[in-house]
Design a protein around this ligand. Structure first.
Ligand SMILES: [Zn+2]
Length: 570
């Protein structure tokens, strides 16, 4: 048993997230957290809303609410959606918490004491028409590196390079669109990242097992050379800077947001007695036995491989650094981007109104954008759900339990002895289970979904070949053996499917009257296929998945802005 600390990139407070956000951090982290718990590890799974910065201010303004109230409300909305998606956070915190305010200033003071902070007066873009300084991300223009025309002043989301607003060509205000911008003087704090570059590089080089997507982004960023980076802003909403002369300024959200991983752990500890947050984060003494795994989409990789580690290393204190980082590419919607403003794509609240969460969880895991971008279409979604969930998993469970109930009653039948076919099945299940387990351990999501599906297929192939409906005419004991094995296989599915489709598996365990400890993971297929003894009662559950009809696909695509005709032509 090990201690595993798992964090998902923090969803921004402004608005409900889409399917790509879900698989790119929170759902993938949940899958791993569930598997790690099942295999007997002590897990702490932390996430939070990222609440500071201008977009929250602007959104609150648009909603006609004080920003504190807006954030509290949006936090609750997001938290409920994640509960409905069965995300098993041990704590879902808020970056605006007092704990994070305190820790952010703590890190700032440590960095300042160590000489890594510099005060500078600098020119900053002021929007005359908006009557305010514009934060970097509220200046939009053309990326000097790749020519993307909607690059933000802090980062180009097309090529992921970090930018300064003055790098942009044809700069304009993202608030008003006005190009009536002028430069004014203002005082800010800078983190001297170049002085920490060697230590960051040494740490990255020591992490040899990272996925290529992550290590290549980290190394490209280091190779380009680190720049001093501003950690304060002229905003009201954020963590106030504890320094004379900085009244009315706050820390920049990139600085305080990752510290909230620690802040949320402290929130978790403060919420109940007997919890020790430092035990998970502070290496000496304490967290030296913790394995820390982070999940995020690729635009977040530079902050987690360079800036946040620089904050931690520069503090001179033994805080935990990531042992492993799982990064993701983009999930697109019909080949283009999800867009809130253009009402393009399906967002998480809408998704749950259409189908139960396990449909989405399964499709997203089976199509996770692990090495390349992936694209969501409703026809692709319906195809996978119908074939894998309804026809393979659902059909196996339903037809075997129903047949058993009709011919033997609602209990595991007795009689007969397993034969060659059952030995072969157990061997195949053993091998597939081992591959599935390895995929989950390695956080290989697509492979995990494929191996789980293979387990379901083995059940169908076995029942088709063994044909209990034929056997029962001549040899009732033989039919009893087949159904006994099939019901035990359904029990196995109800356990091992839990990391991916937890709600369905819980329903199936209930129907089979099976109770499983949270820390249980099957290793011996032969024993698992004998677990439920003759006489064990069960209920036939209603069909676990409903097939998605072609007319539904057309209707969904129309309502959510997907072009199925283009899809068919491609
Ligand atoms: Zn670019």
């Amino acid at each position: 048993m090990a201690k595993v600390l798992i964090t998902s990139a923090l969803p921004y407070i402004n608005g409900i997230k889409h399917l790509g956000n879900l698989i790119g951090s929170m759902l993938s982290a949940d899958l791993y957290a569930r598997f790690m718990r099942a295999t007997g590890n002590e897990v702490l799974f932390i996430c939070a809303t990222d609440e500071h910065g201008t977009p929250a201010e602007i959104a609150a303004l648009e909603a006609g609410m004080p920003v504190e109230e807006y954030c509290a409300k949006q936090h609750e909305i997001q938290a409920q959606i994640y509960r409905d998606f069965a995300l098993s956070f041990d704590y879902f915190g808020r970056s605006s918490s007092p704990q994070n305010h305190e820790l952010t200033n703590h890190f700032y003071h440590r960095l300042d004491d160590a000489g890594f902070i510099e005060e500078r007066i600098l020119p900053q873009v002021y929007s005359v028409d908006d009557g305010r300084f514009l934060p970097d991300r509220y200046i939009i223009g053309t990326c000097p590196h790749c020519g993307y025309t909607n690059a933000r002043g802090d980062q180009c989301e097309n090529c992921t390079r970090l930018l300064e607003p003055t790098d942009l060509k044809e700069a304009r205000s993202a608030i008003s669109g006005s190009s009536n911008l002028e430069v004014r003087q203002t005082k800010h704090l800078f983190l001297k990242l170049p002085q920490l570059a060697d230590r960051v590089e040494e740490w990255i080089d020591s992490r040899k097992d990272w996925p290529l997507l992550v290590s290549s982004i980290a190394k490209a960023w280091l190779k380009e050379g680190l720049q001093d980076r501003g950690i304060t802003r002229d905003l009201k909403w954020g963590v106030p800077v504890d320094r004379p002369g900085f009244e009315g300024k706050v820390f920049y959200v990139w600085f305080d947001a990752p510290i909230e991983y620690i802040g949320a752990t402290k929130e978790w500890a403060d919420a109940a007695p007997g919890r020790d947050w430092k035990r998970w984060w502070y290496v000496s003494p304490g967290a030296d036995d913790v394995r820390y795994v982070e999940f995020m989409a690729k635009d977040n990789v530079p902050f987690h491989t360079v800036s946040f580690p620089a904050t931690i290393l520069g503090s001179g204190e033994p805080w935990k650094l990531a042992d492993y980082i799982k990064g993701f590419s983009w999930l697109n919607f019909y080949g283009g981007k999800f867009s809130t403003s253009q009402k393009r794509g399906i967002f998480l609240d809408q998704a749950l109104k259409e189908y139960p969460s396990d449909y989405w969880r399964y499709w997203l895991v089976a199509n996770a954008p692990e090495t390349d971008d992936a694209s969501f279409t409703f026809s692709g979604f319906a195809g996978v759900c119908n074939k894998d969930l309804a026809d393979t998993f659902g059909n196996f469970v339903n037809r075997t339990l129903r047949f058993c109930s009709a011919r033997f009653g609602d209990a595991v039948p007795e009689g007969g002895e397993p034969g060659e076919m059952e030995t072969e099945l157990a061997n195949n299940v053993q091998a597939t289970l081992a591959r599935y387990t390895a995929a989950l351990e390695g956080m290989q999501l697509r492979r995990a979904a494929a191996e789980l599906k293979e387990l379901w297929t083995l059940g169908n192939v076995y029942v088709d070949r063994a044909a209990p409906w034929t056997a029962i005419k001549t040899d009732k004991d033989r039919a009893a053996v087949i159904l006994r094995v099939a019901i035990n296989l359904a029990r196995l599915y109800a356990i091992v499917g839990s990391p991916i489709i937890p709600d369905t598996c819980a329903r199936l365990r209930e129907a089979l009257r099976v109770e499983i400890a949270e820390a249980y993971w099957p290793v011996d297929a032969d024993a698992e296929l004998r677990a439920l003894a003759p006489g064990h009662k069960f209920e036939v559950p209603p069909p676990m998945f409903k097939k998605i009809a072609p007319e539904e696909v057309v209707d969904l695509a129309q309502r959510y802005g997907g072009d199925e005709e283009d899809e068919a032509a491609a």
